[in-house]
Design a protein around this ligand. Structure first.
Ligand SMILES: Cc1cc2nc3c(=O)[nH]c(=O)nc-3n(C[C@H](O)[C@H](O)[C@H](O)COP(=O)(O)OP(=O)(O)OC[C@H]3O[C@@H](n4cnc5c(N)ncnc54)[C@H](O)[C@@H]3O)c2cc1C
Length: 438
């Protein structure tokens, strides 16, 4: 493919921006990113958020090695302003289910042996041990075990999206933003059978934008443009909540490591600009499945309220605070929301050419809730795919099996408990607010 030919990237989130950047660095000069939000950071991106964990410990070496490369790249001057290597505590509470305990043990065994991590790993099995790394903890940490990893932290994700967007714009990468001009409604094809090829995209203002390659980086929404992806990628959401701190409270908690309690949830040092303290409960998440068994976030279909978190998640977060910062445990949660990502049964990404498109369409999907940390290096894998003409990494290939409606099992360590449907949660939330009013 000539470097002058038009490339359309659908979605200006973490992976779309990274792809635009790396394509440009590899010499491609005719790149346009289409984004449905009217500014970047896009409020629809899974990374539209104060912070995301950047850690490299996985239960196997493939993603560990990639994440270590990503952490190095976060330290580059372009990405460095958004990266904070505060350290990372991983733990389970005294009442954690066996699965959470087992996955913690596996992770600890793997990092303790790893030559890069080993010097910075400290196993923790008493509350005093934890408090050595986060002296601000005043809660009991009843039955907590875990470890501290020095080589990890978080990135300010919304600021990273904004910074990389502005950088890309100065490089001459084009951006078309907004509900009408920036929303891609359709991939435009010519030909049939073996000669079928995508020649560009149509946007909500009915304009057709020609493209030699169309790259779908539209996160949890991608199956709305590419229905066959919905056979093995499901839109899923997790809850996010915040506590509004005072200036003193915010200063007091500055510098704490990211603390991830695998059966309850995780939190970060507070954001100094907004003084918000962000928390995420952990669990199997919530989907929005239609009659065919495909889950797509409600924005595309009927918009639904998403500015609440389910009662079960609120209970987990209150318990997390009682164990760590009890003075905060009864404070109201603000800016509550459900946040959507693209999940696969085995938690593998899908970075591949779309079948029956003559290699004219590439899909970047299946982030499975662990894709943001890769932002500095992700786009390199897309350039490699484009230049190799095939996906050489088996695990990132397009899946042919229809996995809808099947039991996805519990092979993935974070998928603790049972996933639920958004419609049930909305009914519950409505009943809850009705009961509160009565
Ligand atoms: C609650 C939560 C916590 C997470 N925590 C972590 C973490 O700690 N560490 C980590 O590494 N990862 C984490 N993730 C995952 C991470 O956010 C995602 O992996 C990452 O954002 C995926 O990037 P993406 O570009 O594929 O999708 P997104 O960032 O979601 O971007 C997709 C973009 O496409 C746009 N779009 C969609 N449809 C269209 C259309 N038709 N036309 C134009 N534009 C469109 C959207 O507006 C959006 O901006 C978390 C995710 C969630 C939900």
């Amino acid at each position: 493919m000539s470097e002058l030919e038009p490339i359309a990237i659908v979605g200006g989130g973490a992976w779309g921006l990274s792809t635009a950047l790396h394509l440009h660095q590899s010499g491609y000069t005719n790149i346009t990113v289409f984004e449905t939000a009217d500014s970047i950071p896009s409020r629809y991106s899974a990374a539209y958020d104060l912070n995301k964990i950047v850690r490299a410990e996985y239960e196997e070496s493939f993603y560990t090695d990639l994440s270590l490369q990503a952490i190095e790249a976060w330290k580059d001057p372009l990405f460095g302003p958004y990266y904070h290597e505060t350290g990372y505590i991983v733990a389970t509470s005294g009442s954690a289910p066996a699965k959470a305990k087992k996955s913690l043990e596996t992770a600890l065994a793997s990092v303790s042996k790893h030559p890069v991590f080993a010097p910075g790993i400290q196993a923790l099995d008493s509350s005093d041990g934890f408090k050595k790394y986060a002296w601000q903890i005043t809660g009991p940490l009843k039955g907590f075990t875990g470890y501290h990893n020095r080589l990890a932290g978080y990135a300010h994700s919304a600021n990273a999206l904004k910074g990389i967007f502005l950088h890309c714009a100065t490089l001459g990468i084009k951006f078309v933003l907004g509900k009408t001009a920036g929303t891609v409604t359709e991939l435009v094809y010519t030909g049939q059978g073996a000669s079928r090829k995508c020649t560009g995209i149509r946007t909500a203002d009915d304009k057709v934008h020609p493209a030699t390659k169309t790259i779908l980086a539209s996160g949890a929404w991608t199956a709305s443009l590419l229905p066959s992806l919905g056979n093995f990628v499901t839109a899923r959401s997790w809850s996010v909540a915040h506590v509004q701190l005072t200036e003193q409270e915010c200063d007091y908690l500055r510098g704490i490591p990211v603390i991830n309690v695998r059966d309850l949830g995780f939190f970060f040092e507070p954001d100094p600009a907004t003084r918000l303290f962000k928390l995420c409960p952990l669990g199997a998440g919530f989907s929005n499945t239609d009659a065919e068994g495909t889950s797509i976030p409600p924005m595309v279909r009927k918009p639904q309220p998403q500015d609440f978190i389910p009662a079960e998640d609120e209970i987990k977060l209150r318990k997390l605070l009682q164990e760590t910062f009890p003075w905060m445990a009864d404070r109201p949660f603000v800016d509550k929301k459900l946040c959507w990502f693209a999940d696969t049964s085995d938690s593998e990404y899908c970075i591949d050419f779309v079948p029956e498109s003559n290699k004219s369409v590439i899909v970047l999907s299946g982030d499975s809730g662990h894709g943001f940390k890769m932002m500095p290096i992700f786009g390199k894998w897309v350039v490699e795919l484009l230049e190799n003409g095939e996906q050489k990494v088996d695990r990132w290939r397009w899946k042919t099996e229809d996995e809808r409606g099947k039991d996805w099992g519990d092979g993935v360590s974070w998928r603790i408990g049972k996933g639920r449907e958004l419609s049930e949660l909305i009914d519950e939330a409505r009943r809850g607010s009705l009961n509160a009013r009565l």
